[in-house]
Design a protein around this ligand. Structure first.
Ligand SMILES: C[S@@+](CC[C@H](N)C(=O)[O-])C[C@H]1O[C@@H](n2cnc3c(N)ncnc32)[C@H](O)[C@@H]1O
Length: 288
C-alpha cells in the first residue's frame, strides 16, 4: 500500500511555504509532504530531507527527482539535524516538519518485522545498520525492563504477565518471529473488539527499538536553534506520550509560541480514507 501523507493541507497551511524559503523535513519518508512543500518554495527555495530508513529515502529520491538541486536528502536520524543543516546551508530556516513514527510501507513488508499480522523476523528497525532489534529486546532484556516498556510505551495493562510469559517461553525456545510472539500474547490476553491482543506490545517494542521518545526529546531544542524568527515547527504525532512531550516543550520554551491552541486532528473524511490519520495530532509552534 502507498503511504498517504497525513493532514497534508493543514501542514502546508501552517508552515506557509513561500518562494525562496528554506525548509527541513526531518522524516521525509516517501516524500509526500515534501513534494507539496517543495512545490511552494520554488523558485529559489530548498528542502533538506532526512530519514533513518535507507529504503524509504530511495523512494523519496525517486519521487522528488523532478525538483533537482532544490532537494538535499540525507540518511540519518533527525536527532543529528544540526550537523546536516550546517553542511548543506540550512541554518536559519523558515519551517521544519516532523511526521513521527513509521510509514505504511514498514507495516506492509513482513521482512521488516513491524506487523503481527504477517510472519517475519522480529526486527522493527527503521535504520537497518543499527544492531538493536526487537529480537534482541525480546530475548535478552530482563522481565522488569520488558514490563516497563510494555507499560510505558504500549500503555499495556497486562505488561507484567506478558513480560513473564516471554521470559518463561524464551527459556525453552528463542522468540524470533513476529507471529510466534503475537500467538504467545494472543494465548494470554483476550481480544477486545477489532484490536489484536499484541497491538500494544508491538507498539512498545517499535518505540524501544528506535528510541523514538529519546530521539524526539533530543531533536526539539535543535529545531528551535535552526528556525529563524517567525519560522515554524510542525509536528505530527501518533502517541499520547509523544504529544505530551511536544506540548510541554512548546509550553516551556520561551522563544516558542504555539500557534495551534489545540492539536489539529484529521477530518472524518480523511480518517475514513486513511486509517493511519485517526490517531494523528498536529501541533505547530512559531519562533519568536
Ligand atoms: C510517517 S513516515 C513519514 C512520511 C512522510 N511525511 C511522507 O509524506 O511520505 C515517518 C518516517 O520517519 C522515519 N523516521 C522515524 N524515526 C526517525 C528518526 N529518528 N530520524 C529520521 N527519520 C525517522 C521513518 O523511517 C519514516 O520513513
Amino acid at each position: 500500500m502507498e503511504h498517504k501523507p497525513v493532514l497534508l493541507a493543514e501542514v502546508s497551511n501552517y508552515l506557509k511555504p513561500e518562494p525562496n524559503d528554506l525548509l527541513i523535513d526531518g522524516t521525509v519518508g516517501l516524500g509526500g509532504h515534501a513534494a507539496t512543500l517543495l512545490s511552494h518554495v520554488l523558485p529559489g527555495g530548498r528542502l533538506l530531507g532526512i530519514d533513518r530508513d535507507a529504503s524509504n529515502l530511495e523512494l523519496a529520491r525517486e519521487r522528488l527527482s523532478g525538483f533537482g538541486e532544490a532537494v538535499v536528502l540525507v540518511h540519518d536520524s533527525y536527532a543529528n539535524v544540526t550537523d546536516h543543516a550546517k553542511t548543506h546551508g540550512f541554518t536559519q530556516v523558515n519551517g521544519i516538519l516532523l511526521d513521527l513514527g513509521f510509514s505504511s510501507v514498514h507495516v506492509d513488508d513482513p521482512e521488516r518485522g513491524f506487523s503481527f499480522r504477517s510472519d517475519g523476523p522480529l526486527d522493527m528497525r527503521y535504520d537497518r545498520t543499527q544492531s538493536l532489534t526487537a529480537e534482541v529486546i525480546v530475548n535478552e532484556w530482563s522481565e522488569d525492563e520488558l514490563a516497563q516498556i510494555f507499560r510505558q510505551y504500549g500503555e499495556e495493562r497486562e505488561a507484567r504477565p506478558i513480560a513473564q510469559l516471554i521470559v518463561s517461553s524464551r527459556a525453552k525456545i528463542p522468540i524470533r518471529r513476529t507471529t510466534q510472539l503475537a500467538d504467545l500474547i494472543a494465548g494470554l490476553k483476550r481480544q477486545h473488539g477489532k484490536t489484536h491482543p499484541a497491538t500494544q506490545t508491538f507498539q512498545a517494542l517499535r518505540i524501544a527499538v528506535n528510541d523514538e521518545f529519546g530521539e524526539l526529546e533530543r531533536v526539539l531544542p535543535e529545531c528551535v536553534n535552526l528556525l529563524k524568527p517567525g519560522g515554524r515547527l510542525a509536528i505530527l504525532s501518533f502517541h499520547s506520550l509523544e504529544d505530551r512531550i511536544i506540548k510541554q516543550f512548546f509550553k516551556n520554551t520561551p522563544s516558542l509560541k504555539e500557534v495551534t491552541k489545540r492539536p489539529i486532528v484529521a477530518t472524518r473524511e480523511e480518517q475514513i480514507e486513511n486509517p493511519r490519520s485517526r490517531s494523528a495530532k498536529l501541533r505547530v509552534a512559531e519562533k519568536i
